[in-house]
Design a protein around this ligand. Structure first.
Ligand SMILES: *[C@@H]1O[C@H](CO)[C@@H](O)[C@H](O)[C@H]1NC(C)=O
Ligand SMILES: *[C@@H]1O[C@H](CO)[C@@H](O)[C@H](O)[C@H]1NC(C)=O
Ligand SMILES: *[C@@H]1O[C@H](CO)[C@@H](O)[C@H](O)[C@H]1NC(C)=O
Ligand SMILES: *[C@@H]1O[C@H](CO)[C@@H](O)[C@H](O)[C@H]1NC(C)=O
Ligand SMILES: *[C@@H]1O[C@H](CO)[C@@H](O)[C@H](O)[C@H]1NC(C)=O
Ligand SMILES: *[C@@H]1O[C@H](CO)[C@@H](O)[C@H](O)[C@H]1NC(C)=O
Ligand SMILES: *[C@@H]1O[C@H](CO)[C@@H](O)[C@H](O)[C@H]1NC(C)=O
Ligand SMILES: *[C@@H]1O[C@H](CO)[C@@H](O)[C@H](O)[C@H]1NC(C)=O
Ligand SMILES: *[C@@H]1O[C@H](CO)[C@@H](O)[C@H](O)[C@H]1NC(C)=O
Ligand SMILES: *[C@@H]1O[C@H](CO)[C@@H](O)[C@H](O)[C@H]1NC(C)=O
Ligand SMILES: *[C@@H]1O[C@H](CO)[C@@H](O)[C@H](O)[C@H]1NC(C)=O
Length: 582
């Protein structure tokens, strides 16, 4: 264990004594970062005795969350690398549900943290080089969100870029060359401060023949350069493979034991395992992280999408790393590092667990709240004049589907959400909304993408065939799979002119309910519709829960007031469905 000071040594020694007789824990649960946290990249920072992980955020803003842990079991959100729209303005024009930030790589060199990633414009033509906007962020203070730099761009026709350094201090980037063009893993020396690519890209390896060789990371160990990549695509055939060379530029010799990590062809609840990274803890034990979906081999219902999982790794001197696979919900690995001391950055930490928020005057939205693309700041205010303890939403012209289910548009989409991180949960808010203009609407949503979500709102609509307007409950869902029928039903008169509770609940592993009722509980909540999780099981992202307001292209501008934002986890399913409490 590397210790920083006499103080922490004494603390660690005490802890060691108190635990010495007890069995040290070596059992852990997956996923370690539940919910929408794909493509993990993790480092151990000896000075902090802390492990930090970054994950992909696609169109979500703020983006590129960083999580921290001392013991690999309890994780806290440190903040988001991408926390100011001006760091990367083009995220605002991202078009497509699979566009946005793909696969960040987090590394530390000397006293600087680097985050290398790609803003992908997935709707642009396959051979359009502007499809891939590769960027570098850096900071010396991981605990201060504002200290992250603006994006520095570098030229690479591809994605999943990851940095490494040689003994002379030269910096390199490996990346996955555009898969539509000629897939393969490429390397070049790149100045990480300027983004200047200092030489032509060299094609190091194409993998073992699986689809889409991607997610490369380089590790130098025992006189070899190890190049670990993902192959097979991010679905059921996903796997991790590795090759090595004495020379950075190759030739790379594949491991005869490839793939070294996969859950393909197993009946595990955890599937699609791949896109891994490796790190060593304080004691020098190796660990691997990867993405996985809790779907079982049926691969039909996995609303939380690709989550981060952990496994122990054995990496003998001069030999190949061996992962403990298949990935399961409960695993035995190395003795977990002890959570000695508190995480650095006191006060900045946020749990992504339960919420019970009041939006007090002057408060900011917490760092685990996300929008779809950078928000229009004026659309969100906490405790505005006359509405204490509420969040005011000003409606966007576009609704959650937007113009075509893919593009954003002028005025954005008024939407603020958090990730679903529990198989079973209840999420509810109070909505105080007095719409006046036809087509105005505000409500709650189970949101995966613009073209995969369900929403229940209060909308101002004509009564029957008359020209009289009245608030209605409106439910709509959109997916590539068949969705529950839309409906519009007048708000019962007993609910008129009072705040309403709107609730989304995961009642079991396959279904959600959407409910509504008066917030004063003068009548019970009514379940208005059952929604299958399969309609939000698609693509690269994971489900979000939140609130929206829109004029649906009309003239409405009535604000909606949200209060009593509450999310409560009610169980994680970690094995082929059999609920256990979290
Ligand atoms: C988004 O992409 C689609 C499909 O290529 C295209 O038709 C549309 O014009 C694009 N929208 C914007 C706003 O760029
Ligand atoms: C955080 O970083 C910003 C930008 O570099 C700086 O202005 C601010 O002083 C820093 N805050 C702290 C507490 O270090
Ligand atoms: C890079 O490749 C181009 C085209 O193949 C070639 O003209 C150029 O000399 C190369 N540059 C270097 C630095 O090798
Ligand atoms: C990768 O595939 C391309 C296209 O088939 C081929 O030209 C190239 O030599 C391969 N690269 C390596 C390192 O094998
Ligand atoms: C899964 O099994 C199929 C059929 O035997 C095989 O083709 C495929 O390579 C296997 N996938 C992995 C990742 O091992
Ligand atoms: C493995 O290599 C490290 C240095 O790379 C060395 O400290 C250690 O003693 C070696 N272990 C064995 C078993 O050879
Ligand atoms: C994982 O840890 C267990 C100890 O619980 C050990 O028996 C096993 O060999 C390890 N596997 C790998 C691949 O490191
Ligand atoms: C959402 O917006 C789209 C595009 O403007 C429109 O076609 C659709 O009818 C809207 N949905 C509702 C419920 O108004
Ligand atoms: C509304 O108008 C349509 C067409 O004029 C008619 O068929 C329908 O019965 C009317 N509905 C009601 C509720 O009056
Ligand atoms: C979940 O509940 C829904 C609605 O009651 C039901 O149709 C579905 O079969 C249930 N799923 C499971 C796995 O029990
Ligand atoms: C919005 O208001 C303008 C001006 O009053 C009117 O012409 C237009 O029809 C209205 N649009 C909608 C969708 O009601």
């Amino acid at each position: 264990m590397i210790l920083q000071s006499i103080g922490s040594f004494a603390q660690a020694a005490l802890l060691f004594t108190s635990l010495a007789s007890a069995e040290l824990p070596n059992t852990f649960s997956n996923p370690i970062l539940p919910g929408f946290h794909p493509d993990p990249s993790c480092i151990h920072v000896p000075e902090d005795e802390t492990v930090y992980c970054a994950s992909s955020s696609f169109n979500v803003f703020p983006g590129i969350p960083i999580h921290a842990s001392k013991d690999l079991a309890a994780w806290k959100l440190v903040g988001n690398v991408l926390n100011r729209p001006a760091q990367l303005p083009d995220l605002a024009i991202s078009n497509g549900s699979t566009s946005g930030i793909w696969a960040p790589a987090l590394r530390k060199y000397k006293d600087t943290f680097y985050l290398v990633t790609t803003l992908v414009h997935d709707k642009r033509a396959p051979d359009d080089p502007t499809r891939w906007d590769n960027v570098i962020f850096e900071t010396k203070d991981l605990w201060n969100e504002s200290a992250w730099s603006d994006a520095v761009h570098f030229d690479f026709v591809g994605y999943d870029t990851s940095p490494s350094w040689d003994e002379e201090g030269n910096s390199y980037i490996v990346g996955s060359h555009a898969y539509h063009v000629q897939p393969g893993i490429h390397l070049a020396r790149v100045d990480l401060h300027t983004g200047h690519v200092q030489e032509n890209w060299t094609n190091l390896w194409n993998g073992t023949g699986g689809l889409a060789p991607e997610g490369p990371h380089l590790y130098e160990k025992d006189g070899y350069h190890y190049l670990m990549i993902a192959e097979g695509g991010t679905g059921l055939e996903h796997m991790e493979t590795i090759a090595r060379s004495r020379n950075l530029y190759g030739p790379y010799e594949p491991n005869p034991a490839n793939p070294i990590l996969t859950n393909a062809n197993t009946s595990s609840y955890f599937q699609t395992v791949g896109h891994a990274d490796l790190f060593q803890d304080d004691r020098g034990d190796w660990w691997g992280v990867a993405l996985s979906t809790r779907s079982g081999p049926e691969y039909v219902t996995y609303p939380m999408g690709r989550e981060t999982v952990l496994t122990n790794v054995t990496w003998p001197n001069g030999s190949w790393p061996i992962f403990n696979d298949p990935i399961e919900g409960t695993m035995q690995g190395w003795t977990l590092p002890q959570a000695s001391g508190v995480l650095p950055g006191n006060g900045n930490l946020v749990s992504e667990g339960d919420d019970d928020l009041q939006f007090e005057r002057g408060s900011r939205l917490p760092p685990h709240f996300v929008h779809w693309r950078p928000p229009i700041a004026e659309s969100y205010s906490t405790s505005p004049e006359g509405h204490p303890n509420s969040l005011r939403l000003r409606p966007s012209s576009l609704n959650l589907t937007g113009l075509d289910g893919n593009a954003g548009g002028p005025g954005g989409q008024t939407l603020v959400t958090r990730r679903q991180v529990d198989t079973l949960f209840t999420y509810h808010v109070e909505l105080d909304y007095r719409p006046e203009t036809i087509e105005e609407e505000a409500g709650v949503t189970l949101f995966l993408t613009q073209n995969h979500h369900a929403r229940l709102g209060i909308a101002m609509l004509p009564v029957g065939n008359t020209t009289t307007l009245a608030p209605h409950c409106r439910f709509q869902a959109i997916s590539y799979l068949p969705v529950p029928e839309s409906f519009i039903t007048p708000v019962p008169s007993a609910w008129h002119d009072k705040p309403l509770t709107l609730e989304i609940k995961a009642i079991n592993v396959t279904h959600y309910t959407f409910s509504a009722g008066p917030a004063d509980k003068s009548a019970p909540l009514e379940v208005l519709v059952y929604v299958p999780g399969s309609i939000v099981s698609w693509g690269f992202t994971g489900t979000l829960l939140g609130v929206y307001a829109t004029s649906n292209g009309g003239n409405g501008s009535t604000p909606a007031y949200i209060s009593h934002w509450n999310y409560r986890g009610e169980g994680q399913v970690r094995d082929n469905p059999q609920p256990i409490s979290s």
